[in-house]
Design a protein. Structure first.
Lengths: 416, 277, 290
C-alpha cells in the first residue's frame, strides 16, 4: 500500500513537472512599466492602431489588448466583474445593464476628467450619465439609423427620396410592381428588428413626450398605451403584410441581407452608420445614399441619432490614473480620427471625420431636426422586444402583442 | 450470388458511398473554396471554384494569426491535458473496473455525472477558483480545467474497456508479487492502446475547438488557434469570412492528420472491451 | 466497509479524484447553491428565496418550449444519427478499396469549428442564395425558408448538427463490428443461414453494447448542445429553436437571472442523470455475453 502511494505520488509530481516545464515558457514580467489591459469588441479594431501610437508616445506603459466578439464580451465581462478582475479599460453600452454595473461599483465616474468632458458636443453625454449624474463612459461614435438606398435604382425607376410615410409606402409599391424587392433586412439577427422602430421613435414618441422613456423605467407609463409606439408597430406589421421585405428574412443574417443590397437585388435596407464600412467592403456597383425613415406628414420630423455607449475605466483598477489617460487619448482628436474614419459623426466638438457620401446625405437631410436617442430598456426587456418582433414577422402574434410583452417584461424587471 | 457478382456489387456500393460522401462533403467544399477566394469573388461567386485561386489568403492568415505560435500553444495545452486525462482516468478506471462493490460503483456514477453539466453555469465559481490558485493567464489553469472536465468521459471508456481484460492476467501478475501499479503498467496499459487512441481523438477535438475556456482563462498574449480565429475581425462590424475560413482550414489540419494517423488503432480494436463490458 | 483489497486499489483513484473534484465538482456545487437565491450574476446583494425559482420554472412557458425542443433534439439525434452511423459502418466495414479514405471523409466534419459550421449551413439554408433553395427552384419546387420558419427551424438546425456528428456513431459501430468473431459467421454459413439471417441473429445482437454507448453519448451530447443552436439562430426566430442550454445562457447573462438559470441547470442535470441511469440499466440487460 505504501508503495502504491509513493508510485502515485511520483506520477503526480511528474505531471507537475510537465506543467512547470510548459509554463516555463512564460515571458518574464517587465519591471518598472505600468501594465494596462484593454478589451476591444467587434468593429473596434482601428483602436489597436491608436493604442500602438499611445504606447510609442508613452514608453513607461504597456497595454495588453484582447479582441473578442461583442456577444462573448458581454458574458465575459460579467464573469470578470464577479471575480473582481476586470480589465482597466473596456467597452460599455448605454443600457440598464451598464447602469447596474455602475451601481455595483465596477465602473469609474469619469465626470472628474474635465478636459475631456468639456470637449463633448452638447447632449452627447446624456445617455451615458446615471440619474445621479455619474458619467460612466466616454462616447466614441455617434450612430445614426436610417434607410440605405440604391441611388442608381431609384433614379432608374423614377423614385425620389420619400419625405412622408405615404411617399415611402408608394415607393415600396413602385419597386414591387417592377419586380424588385423593396426592402432587404436580416431578421435572423435579432437586433435588426429594431431598425425600423428606432427610425420612427424620435418623431412619433420622443418628440411628442421627451420624458416617456424615463417614465416607463419608473413604472409610470406603458408601451402599449403610447399612441406613437402602437402606430410604429402597426406600420411595421403593415409593411410585412404588403410583402415589402425579402422573403425568408427570418432566415437571413444581417450580412447576407447587406450582400443582397450590395448586389443590387433590393432597393433599400434600414440600418445604422456602422453598416457603411461593410457595404463599402462589398464594393457595390452603384452609388449608395441614405435618407431618414420618414414619419407621417402630421408628425414633426425628428432624427434618430444615438450614443450607444463608449469606453470606460474599471473602478477597481490598480492603475486608475493611467487607465484614464489611455481612455482620454482614445477619444482625443488623434485617436478618434483614426477610429471614426468612414464610420459616423464624432461626439466631440474638435474631431473632424471624413464620412461616406451616404452618411453625409443623411446628415444633410436631417439638418435642423432634433436628435433623439435609441430606446433605453429595463434589464432583459430589449431581448423580449426583439424576439417578439420576430414572432410578429412570423405571423405568430400582432403588433400590439409585441408592446404588451415589453410591458410585462418591464414590470418584471422593475419588481426585482 | 457468385464471386463475380459479389465483386460488382461491392464496386457499385463503393461508388455509391463515394457519391454520398461527395454530397456530404459539400459544406466542406464550400469552406475550402471560400478560404481561397477574394472578398469580391466570395460576394459574386458563392458556389463556384475560386477565380482566381487566392492562396495569399492562407499566408495573410498565417501571419496575422501567428499560426505557428498559436498552433504550438494549442498543441501544448492539448497534449499535456490529454496526457493527464489518460493517465489519471485509466488509473481510476482500473480500480473501478476491478472492484465491483457498492463503493466503487458509486465512484463510477460520481465520475460519470460530470459529463452532464453545461459549462456556462460553473464559469463564475471556476473563475474565482483559478484566481485563488494564482493560475490566471497561465497554462496550468486551463490544463487543470481540461483535465477536470475530461475525466468523466475517459473514465467511462476506460472502465468498460478494462472490464474485458481477463482477471486471470491480473491475478497471475499479483502472484508474481507485482504491486497494483506494476500490474497496471505491465498488463493493463498495453491492452488499453485502442481505448487510449479514441480518448485522444475525442478529447483532442474538444480541446482544440474550445473557445470559452481560453478566452476566459488564458488572456490575450496566449491566444489558442480558435480564439485567434474568432478575433479575426476587420475594421468593419462584420467578419472577413474568406480570412476566417482560411484560418479554419489551417486549424483543421492538425486534427485531421491525427485522425488519419490514428485510423489503424482507432477502428480495429477500439472499444472491443467497452462493448463487451 | 471496505475490504483490504479495496484499500489497495484506493490510491489509484486519487489523482483523478483530485482534479475532477477541485476543478469540476466544486465549481458545479457552488453554482447549484445559487438556485436557492435571487442572484443576478452581478450584484453582491443576494438573498435567499427558497424554492421560488422552481415555482417559476413550472409556470414558465419559455421553459416548456425549451424542453420540447431539447426532446426533439434528443429523439432525432438518437434515431437519425444511429441509423446513418450504423449504415455507414456496415458499408465501410466491408473491404472496399478506399475504406480508410472514405472513413476519413465522413469523419472530417467533426473537427470543424462551430462558427464555420453555422456560417456554412446558414448559407446553405438561405432563402435567396442558399444552394438548397437553388436546387429546389431548379427542379420547379417552391423555396423553403428553412431556419426562418418557426415551425420548421428546429428540425433543420438539428439536421446540420447530425451532419457534423454522426460519424462518431459510425466509428463506434465500426469498432463493434470488428469485434464480432468471424467464427460465428462461418458457423452460421455452414448451418445454411442466409445473409439476412446472419445480420439479424449475429450482427445485431453483438452490436448491442455499441448501441448502448452510442445512445448514451448521443443523448448527453444532444442535451448539452449549445454552440450550434446559439450561432445559427440564437434560439430564434422568436423562441422557436430555444433549447435548455440557450435558455440557461439567456437567463443567466441577458436577463441577469443567475439564480433562476442555475435552477434550470440543476433540473437539466438531474434529468440527464436520470435518463442516463435508466438507459444504462435497461440496455445493459440486453447485452449478449461473448
Amino acid at each position: 500500500m505504501k508503495r502504491a502511494f509513493s508510485h502515485v505520488l511520483i506520477l503526480v509530481l511528474l505531471f507537475g513537472g510537465m506543467t512547470a516545464y510548459a509554463t516555463g515558457q512564460k515571458e518574464p514580467a517587465p519591471q518598472k512599466s505600468v501594465h494596462l489591459s484593454l478589451i476591444l469588441i467587434t468593429g473596434h479594431d482601428p483602436f489597436q492602431a491608436v493604442v500602438d501610437n499611445y504606447v510609442k508616445a508613452n514608453p513607461g506603459v504597456t497595454v495588453d489588448v484582447q479582441n473578442m466578439p461583442t456577444e462573448q464580451f458581454k458574458t465575459i465581462i460579467k464573469t470578470k466583474f464577479a471575480a473582481d478582475d476586470a480589465p482597466d479599460v473596456f467597452p460599455i453600452f448605454n443600457d440598464d445593464e451598464s447602469v447596474s454595473y455602475v451601481k455595483n461599483g465596477y465602473v469609474a465616474d469619469l465626470s472628474g476628467m474635465s478636459d475631456v468632458v468639456s470637449r463633448l458636443k452638447t447632449g452627447a453625454d446624456s445617455t451615458l450619465r446615471t440619474d445621479t449624474g455619474v458619467l460612466f463612459a466616454f462616447p466614441v461614435e455617434m450612430q445614426l439609423i436610417f434607410m440605405y438606398y440604391n441611388k442608381d435604382m431609384f433614379k432608374a425607376k423614377g423614385v425620389s427620396i420619400p419625405k412622408t410615410w405615404d411617399d415611402f409606402v408608394a415607393a415600396c409599391k413602385t419597386f414591387m410592381d417592377k419586380g424588385i424587392t423593396p426592402i432587404t433586412i436580416g431578421h435572423k439577427d435579432t437586433w435588426t428588428t429594431q431598425m425600423i422602430p428606432y427610425g420612427l421613435t424620435p418623431a412619433k414618441v420622443h418628440n411628442k413626450d421627451p420624458k416617456f422613456q424615463k417614465d416607463v423605467l419608473k413604472g409610470l407609463k406603458k408601451y402599449a398605451d403610447n399612441a406613437g409606439w402602437v402606430d410604429i408597430m402597426s406600420k411595421y406589421e403593415y409593411l410585412l403584410g404588403q410583402g415589402f421585405f425579402n422573403k425568408g428574412s427570418l432566415g437571413t443574417s444581417f450580412e447576407q441581407s447587406l450582400q443582397m443590397f450590395a448586389n443590387g437585388d433590393a432597393a433599400m435596407t434600414p440600418n445604422g452608420t456602422w453598416a457603411m464600412g461593410t457595404i463599402n467592403d462589398m464594393k457595390p456597383a452603384f452609388a449608395v445614399g441614405g435618407f431618414p425613415i420618414p414619419a407621417d406628414k402630421a408628425d414633426a420630423p425628428a432624427a434618430s441619432a444615438s450614443i450607444n455607449g463608449g469606453y470606460t475605466v474599471y473602478a477597481k483598477s490598480k492603475n486608475i490614473d493611467s487607465a484614464k489617460k489611455l481612455l482620454a487619448y482614445m477619444v482625443s482628436p488623434a485617436g478618434l480620427s483614426i477610429y471614426l474614419k468612414d464610420k459616423g459623426p464624432a461626439p466631440f466638438k474638435d474631431v473632424n471625420v471624413s464620412l461616406a457620401p451616404a452618411i453625409n446625405e443623411v446628415i444633410d437631410l436631417e439638418k435642423g431636426m432634433p436628435l433623439y436617442n435609441f430606446d433605453n430598456w429595463a434589464i432583459g426587456v430589449q431581448e423580449v422586444f426583439m424576439k417578439s418582433i420576430q414572432e410578429m414577422i412570423a405571423g405568430q402574434i400582432h403588433a400590439i402583442d409585441v408592446l404588451k410583452a415589453c410591458d410585462e417584461a418591464t414590470k418584471k424587471a422593475l419588481n426585482r | 450470388m457468385n464471386a463475380r457478382g459479389r465483386r460488382i456489387g461491392k464496386a457499385a456500393l463503393e461508388i455509391c458511398a463515394w457519391l454520398v460522401g461527395l454530397v456530404y462533403l459539400f459544406p466542406l467544399y464550400l469552406e475550402f473554396t471560400i478560404a481561397l477566394k477574394t472578398q469580391e469573388d466570395f460576394k459574386q461567386n458563392l458556389y463556384g471554384l475560386p477565380r482566381p485561386f487566392t492562396f495569399s489568403n492562407l499566408s495573410v492568415v498565417w501571419k496575422r494569426m501567428h499560426v505557428p505560435a498559436v498552433t504550438l500553444r494549442s498543441l501544448l495545452i492539448a497534449a499535456v491535458s490529454i496526457a493527464g486525462i489518460v493517465l489519471f482516468s485509466s488509473l481510476a478506471a482500473y480500480a473501478i473496473a476491478r472492484r465491483n462493490n457498492r463503493f466503487y460503483r458509486a465512484m463510477y456514477v460520481f465520475f460519470i455525472a460530470g459529463m452532464m453539466v453545461p459549462f456556462q453555469l460553473s464559469m463564475i465559481p471556476l473563475y474565482k477558483l483559478i484566481r485563488w490558485f494564482g493560475m490566471m493567464s497561465s497554462y496550468q489553469g486551463v490544463i487543470c480545467i481540461y483535465i477536470g472536465s475530461g475525466i468523466s468521459l475517459a473514465t467511462m471508456i476506460f472502465t468498460g474497456f478494462i472490464r474485458t481484460i481477463p482477471r486471470e492476467l491480473d491475478e497471475s501478475a499479483m502472484m508474481d508479487g507485482c504491486t497494483k501499479l506494476r500490474t497496471y503498467s505491465t498488463i493493463i496499459l498495453p491492452f488499453l492502446a485502442p481505448a487510449v487512441i479514441s480518448v485522444i481523438v475525442f478529447m483532442g477535438v474538444y480541446i482544440w475547438n474550445d473557445l470559452l475556456t481560453p478566452l476566459l482563462f488564458l488572456g490575450s498574449k496566449k491566444a489558442t488557434i480558435i480564439t485567434a480565429l474568432y478575433s479575426f475581425r476587420g475594421a468593419t462590424y462584420t467578419t472577413d469570412w474568406t480570412m476566417v475560413f482560411a484560418g479554419s482550414v489551417l486549424a483543421m489540419i492538425p486534427l485531421t492528420t491525427l485522425f488519419l494517423f490514428s485510423q489503424r488503432y482507432f477502428i480495429k480494436g477500439m472499444m472491443a472491451g467497452a462493448l463487451k463490458g | 466497509m471496505l475490504s483490504r483489497e479495496d484499500t489497495r486499489f484506493l490510491p489509484l483513484l486519487i489523482p483523478a479524484l483530485l482534479f475532477y473534484g477541485v476543478f469540476l465538482v466544486y465549481p458545479m456545487m457552488s453554482t447549484f447553491f445559487y438556485c436557492l437565491t435571487n442572484y443576478s450574476g452581478l450584484s453582491n446583494n443576494i438573498s435567499f428565496v427558497g424554492l421560488k425559482n422552481f415555482a417559476t420554472l413550472v409556470r414558465d412557458g419559455g421553459f416548456r418550449i425549451a424542453i420540447r425542443n431539447t426532446l426533439i433534439f434528443v429523439v432525432m439525434d438518437i434515431v437519425i444519427q444511429n441509423a446513418l452511423g450504423l449504415t455507414a459502418a456496415l458499408i465501410l466495414d466491408m473491404n472496399l478499396k478506399t475504406t480508410n479514405m472514405l472513413r476519413t471523409v465522413f469523419f472530417v466534419p467533426v473537427v470543424i469549428a462551430p462558427i464555420v459550421i453555422s456560417f456554412i449551413w446558414t448559407y446553405i439554408y438561405n432563402y435567396d442564395v442558399g444552394i438548397a433553395n437553388l436546387i429546389l427552384s431548379r427542379v420547379g419546387l417552391p423555396r423553403i425558408d428553412f431556419i426562418g420558419n418557426p415551425g420548421s427551424a428546429i428540425y433543420f438546425v438539428i439536421l446540420s448538427g447530425i451532419w457534423q456528428w454522426f460519424s462518431y456513431r459510425m466509428v463506434i459501430y465500426l469498432a463493434g463490428l470488428q469485434t464480432i468473431p468471424r467464427e460465428l459467421y462461418e458457423a452460421a454459413v455452414t448451418d445454411g443461414a442466409n445473409s439476412l439471417y446472419r445480420f439479424f441473429h449475429i450482427t445485431i445482437p453483438m452490436l448491442v453494447p455499441a448501441f448502448t454507448i452510442n445512445i448514451i453519448l448521443c443523448t448527453i451530447g444532444a442535451l448539452k448542445q449549445f454552440d450550434l443552436v446559439f450561432m445559427m439562430t440564437g434560439g430564434g426566430p422568436g423562441y422557436s429553436t430555444e433549447v435548455m442550454t440557450t435558455k440557461i445562457y439567456r437567463e443567466a447573462f441577458t436577463q441577469q437571472n443567475m439564480g433562476y438559470a442555475t435552477a434550470i441547470g440543476l433540473f437539466l442535470f438531474l434529468a440527464i442523470l436520470l435518463v442516463t441511469v435508466a438507459q444504462y440499466s435497461l440496455l445493459r440487460r440486453r447485452e449478449v455475453e461473448a
